[in-house]
Design a binder for this molecule. Structure first.
Ligand SMILES: [Zn+2]
Length: 189
């Protein structure tokens, strides 16, 4: 899929043998609008990577049947999965595991307990250049009144908390330098 297109959901394959971790991450990912596919070990992860073609894989390391490193290795040897970015989460947080992961081309290496699902989401979004930028907006400047009328914005202030709204820019196509813009309240969003 065209991952720069915001209309399509980012599909995450979540691989971990720990059901609590999977559920925790799956819930937050889904609440952020990601599509989530789950697998309980490296073998299932590999199979689902090939059948589901996720945009990104978030995996643990130590798992039965096939661990995260062996899965990453197998993904790299398969032409249909070689380009899927892999993010890894370690329970042990061992430095040699981090080195090994980076050498294998893992995009991010997290240490479980030191990272939140939100942080992982930030990293995933950054992979697809869907990072958001917030710009202050001068409601009295230049074309602002016309913009307000065209967009049927009552005011450039939040109806709930009366704060000045901001313009949120999200890259929609990094190659064409295109942005999607909307007005948001910095607190109420
Ligand atoms: Zn507000």
């Amino acid at each position: 899929m065209d991952t720069n297109n915001n209309k399509e959901k980012i599909k995450v394959l979540l691989v971990d043998d720990d059901a609590t971790i999977r559920t925790t991450y799956a819930d937050v990912f889904r609440s952020e609008g990601f599509e989530v596919v789950e697998a309980v070990d490296g073998i299932e992860g590999l199979n689902k990577a090939m059948t589901e073609m996720p945009d990104v894989i978030f995996t643990g390391i130590i798992m039965p049947k096939m661990d995260g490193f062996a899965m990453k290795d197998a993904l790299a040897k398969n032409v249909s999965t070689v380009n899927i970015p892999v993010l890894m989460s370690s329970h042990m947080g061992r430095e040699e595991d981090r080195k090994k992961a980076i050498e294998m081309g893992v995009k991010e290496f997290f240490v479980a307990g030191m990272v939140t699902p939100r942080k992982v989401i930030e990293n995933i979004r950054a992979l697809f250049n869907t990072k958001k930028y917030h710009l202050k907006f001068d409601a009295a400047a230049l074309d602002a009144p016309k913009l307000s009328a065209d967009f049927h914005l009552d005011e450039f202030v939040c109806a709930k908390c009366y704060q000045q709204k901001m313009m949120e820019l999200e890259i929609s196509d990094v190659n064409k330098k295109e942005f999607r813009a909307q007005f948001i309240c910095p607190d109420c969003k």
